[in-house]
Design a protein around this ligand. Structure first.
Ligand code: MRU
Length: 326
């Protein structure tokens, strides 16, 4: 599996995820601005990967002679919803203006994320009932992390244990992370994969074809409400209605105990063009009004369990998440 990013000491190699699955091209990022722009333009995306890459962005900024404050301010403005970004920046801030320590810390964040993914895979795969089709949304795989994946990590581990028949992947409009990235990952792993459009999920769930849903997260509030890619909420409602276990896999760095509930989580609104065009091709009248919230919130009451590297949180989440975080 190609890594989403690779630290080279003086630069950060970044797989341009906008080009996948057609082209596998690495960009060489040398400056703070290169990194900030890559996050904004979603050349790199996925909450944990954004956190790791931002940490290396601070290292590059300090090496350029920029102040720590300048680095943190610029990177904080890139994307608002994934709390892993702010969590990583806070870790970097605590070290002061020290490029050597900053580099050590960024490497540590990356390694911890990878190890955490493996742990989530081990723990989460135990929750998957045997012989099921699993549905996932967006991309919470190796490309969205420092490798292996959160939701995809759980699914691939469950597959290795012989529990998974097939994975259904929502295409994930409008950015198509499911169609372009998650199918690419599962096919590379040799896991039987079926791509569906987002509006087909209800059909397959209502026909009893889906035995579990596993998704990632961008921010988890104190009460267990989960912000994730737009469309996740709809799946959580379907899961509740049809009694399908709905699991969220995310590292501790995605839990934000400063937010009481999901309604406090800032939801990114992205450009209208991302809805109006697919691969540069216009699909609707240019002058139509467009909305593009990039995330939604699934209520804690729809979530069967939250899988973290430190253990599984079960309802009531207010207590179990606090115990895992402390
Ligand atoms: O807009 P994106 O592609 O950054 O959104 C990604 C998601 O919503 C993922 O599900 C989430 O970040 C978890 S990735 C392990």
């Amino acid at each position: 599996m190609l890594p989403a990013f690779e630290w080279k000491g003086k630069s950060l190699l970044l797989l341009d995820q906008r080009l996948l699955p057609w082209e596998e091209k690495y960009l060489k990022l040398k400056t703070l601005e290169d990194v900030a722009e890559s996050i904004e333009k979603m050349k790199v995306r996925g909450a944990p990967a954004i956190g790791c890459v931002a940490a290396y962005g601070v290292v590059l900024g300090l090496k350029e002679g920029k102040s720590l404050k300048e680095c943190v301010e610029r990177l904080s403005k890139t994307r608002p919803t994934a709390v892993n970004l702010f969590w990583a920046l806070q870790r970097m801030e605590e070290l002061g203006n020290n490029p050597v320590k900053a580099e050590e810390e960024a490497r540590k964040i990356e390694e911890e994320d990878y190890q955490g993914n493996l742990k989530m895979g081990d723990l989460g795969s135990e929750l998957i009932p045997p012989g099921v089709n699993i549905l996932t949304h967006c991309n919470a795989g190796a490309l969205a992390t420092s490798g292996y994946g959160t939701a995809v990590g759980v699914i691939r581990k469950a597959w290795e244990k012989g529990k998974v028949k097939r994975v259904f992947v929502d295409e994930t409009r409008p950015y198509l992370q499911g169609a372009r990235l998650t199918t690419w990952e599962f096919l590379n792993l040799g896991i039987p994969t079926t791509l569906i459009t987002d509006n087909m999920a209800g059909y397959f769930i209502s026909k009893g074809k889906i035995g579990a849903i596993v998704v990632g997260a961008d921010r988890i509030a104190k009460n267990g409400d989960v912000a994730n890619k737009i469309g996740t909420f709809t799946l959580s409602v379907l899961a509740k209605e049809y009694d399908v276990p709905f699991f969220v896999a995310a590292p501790i760095s995605t839990i934000d105990l400063s937010m009481e509930a999901g309604e406090e989580i800032p939801i990114e609104e992205r450009a209208r063009e991302e809805v109006l065009y697919i691969n540069g091709k216009n699909i609707a009248p240019e002058n139509v009004d467009v909305r593009h919230p990039a995330f939604d919130v699934s209520p804690a009451s729809h979530i069967a369990a939250i899988i973290t590297e430190r253990g599984i949180a079960w309802p009531p989440y207010e207590r179990t998440l606090r115990e895992l975080v402390k």
